[in-house]
Design a protein around this ligand. Structure first.
Ligand code: GUN
Length: 283
């Protein structure tokens, strides 16, 4: 059994991105990501700080717009409109969740698809499903990157995704299909989950509930990717997979923490560089 370590793959990927950023800067363009945070959610604050730190690490300029809890949808849309029209801004991200009184869908759809580095806009979701994506959803793209760096062949393999969220599960299925895996997406209404997961050469779990994947559900030699972030009874970080009992049966597995976690921000940086290149007609 081999661990697929997110931190190492992040470092490797950051080095590549840093070089790309250098080449873009030589052309007189400074890649720039605008991050919007509304309200005082402590977890969102940590995520936004980490995104700014990652920008600094790879040489991307970051702008933060911290808006008060009582911000209206109209005020938020006005800021996004201003950033859409600012050619020095390449990527725009509004940290979710936004306060309940804000129209989240209107916010997502107001971000110019060319600057939508989260890949949440319906135009980008549609392009992804047509195999014409320019910007890619960060967490699923991070999983694909991990499989590639770890030397896992995807083509022709049976891949099973547990979870069908708009942000991870659904696009994960699409991206694995795009790479010629035979894909099954399971969810809360799936009957006899173990009979399906046992067929998986590549098993991705993105439910958000601890111990969803147990040893009896995993084929000997499978590659297991754990996207879940939960806390156990002692408050310690853990994934969706019963790691201790599942790991001995895997050829490769991602730990939590230190697995998929760092990859979301990594691919956000990659998307920001892609956006900057596309907007400036750089190949
Ligand atoms: N909240 C939790 N994850 C994400 C993410 O990937 N992007 C944004 N914008 N908000 C989030």
């Amino acid at each position: 059994m081999e661990l697929i370590k997110g931190k190492e793959i992040q470092e490797l990927t950051f080095n590549e991105i840093r070089q790309e950023v250098g080449a873009i800067r030589e052309k007189g363009i400074e890649p720039c990501l605008a991050v919007i945070i509304v309200g005082n959610d402590p977890a969102s604050r940590v995520y936004v700080n980490n995104k700014k730190k990652a920008c600094e690490t790879v040489g991307i300029k970051s702008l933060e717009y911290a808006l008060p809890e009582e911000t209206t949808t109209e005020e938020l849309l006005a800021l996004i409109e201003k950033l859409n029209n600012d050619s020095s801004v390449n990527g725009i991200l509004c940290q979710l969740p936004v306060p309940k009184h804000i129209n989240k869908l209107a916010v997502i759809e107001s971000i110019s698809p060319e600057k939508d580095v989260d890949c949440f806009h319906p135009v980008n979701v549609g392009k992804l499903s047509l195999g014409r994506a320019e910007l890619v959803p960060c967490t699923p793209a991070g999983v694909i990157r991990m499989l590639d760096v770890a030397g896992v062949e995807i083509e022709g393999k049976r891949a099973v995704v547990i979870g069908r969220s708009d942000i991870v599960g659904k696009p994960m299925g699409i991206m694995l299909m795009e790479r010629n895996a035979t894909v099954t997406v399971c969810h809360s209404k799936t009957k006899d989950l173990p009979s399906i997961t046992k067929q998986a050469d590549i098993l991705v779990c993105t439910v958000g509930k601890r111990n969803i994947v147990t040893a009896d559900m995993v084929k000997e030699g499978a590659v297991v990717i754990d996207v879940g972030i939960n806390r156990n009874g002692e408050g310690k970080l853990c994934g969706d997979v019963d790691f201790e009992n599942v790991a001995p049966h895997c050829s490769k597995i991602t730990p939590v923490p230190g697995g998929v976690g760092p990859m979301t921000i990594t691919m956000l940086m990659k998307n920001t560089v892609t956006a900057a290149k596309n907007q400036n007609n750089i190949k």
